[in-house]
Design a protein around this ligand. Sequence first.
Ligand code: UDX
Length: 466
Amino acid sequence: MRLTVIGTGYLGAVHAVCMADIGHDVLGVDVDAEKIKALAEGRAPFYEPGFDDLLTRALASGRLRFTTNLRDAAAHGEVHFLCVGTPQRKDGGAADLHHVDAVVDGLAPHLTARCLVVGKSTVPVGTTSRLTDRIAGLVPTGVRAEVAWNPEFLREGFAIEDTLRPDRLVVGVTSPNADATLRSLYAPILAAGVPYISTDPNTAELVKVAANSFLATKISFINAMAEVCDAAGADVVTLAEAIGHDTRIGRRFLRAGLGFGGGCLPKDIRAFAARAHELGVGPAVAFLLQVDEINQRQRTRTVALARRMVGGTLTGRRVAVLGATFKPNSDDVRDSPALAVASSLHQEGADVRVHDPVGAKNARLAHPQLHCGSDLLAACQGADIVLHLTEWDQYGEVDPAELARVVDEPLLIDARNALPHDEWRAAGWTVRALGRPTPSDRLPSAHAVELLRTTITSQTGQTHRT
Ligand code: UDX
């Protein structure tokens, strides 16, 4: 089938190479001429395991080409995929749809034959219906372009796998014809038994935001439990394992720590809350605002813990930060919890050295005030404290004894609950983690401090603010 993929950012580029890989004739389109040139020459504009090989293979097959011209796209595609970004609006949480609208406005007047326009970006519910009207007003007389929505659920770091072997395919269509076209387009993927859910566009659009909201809620739930564990002297990792054995709950996405970031979950829950408000059902999803707030709080909790561990002030302290990207196996630093913490430490006067195996360049671009590099020992040299903020595999392989010889103080915060704490402690490190008080060197919980304060006050009759 002849396909166009409009918008060759992360989502679009992965979709384009995967569609070429399963046999379609694909034209990738983007307004960014540099990105198009890089892709056409086989250079990936981002880091994604497996992407480079697939790009090279697709280009060599002759089934993948690139252009900046929407007129070429209009002439080429039987199906046009919309993969442009839907960022958060500057004036609030709602989604900014101007890229989607611009593509439709640029494409529709050049269409010459019946075709299907399929949105993949995450959008507010109602977008398919709005675009259907918009396109109908722009296409030449006699041309019919139907709009469908086919949300994408891929995770960064697993993008190829998630596209070629997804958990499910969801399509929102308004005609049997559109459904048949998409079924046949995805036939090589469906052949492996992947569930195919065909529904109306409103439901398809909502599936995507509902899925991301559920995932975000799961993470914030376990992080809320971590806060309770800290106050109660309990262990959130054991708690997560114990509740996760219940198959109704499940063990995945219950890793307590610094919380979620990236280009999707944070913006998607805010956009969903904003859209629900527009629809008059804001209170139904008001909990998402709290999910967001709990998530943000893990960042301030981590900074507060670091401050306490170095003796009450971060000013002049040397801090090593392990990890800059929002998660491992990605070079994406958008809304990275690790960089948000690093920035706060810097603002409090700490001398912060950030290490990341692949994200250092992007981190420097996003936060020029921070020192970011890819030499781990250099980042930890002379550190008063080390913060593990993104769980790259290589940090799990670090020799804690070797690192202890490089730092000034062997203090570690494992904000991702991913390092072998016993090994680090055996090598002389004092280890702290959110939601995981340790029996031997537990910091006083807020509750214990309050009890102590009450006792002192009742004994001395004086009130102290500590
Ligand atoms: C997410 C969705 O998983 C995907 O389906 C959607 O299409 C896009 O958004 P992605 O942003 O690539 O994908 O990352 P994901 O692997 O879902 O992780 C999101 C964030 O949650 C990361 O910052 C990660 O560190 C954090 N996380 C994840 C936790 O803090 N705890 C967990 O248990 C799992």
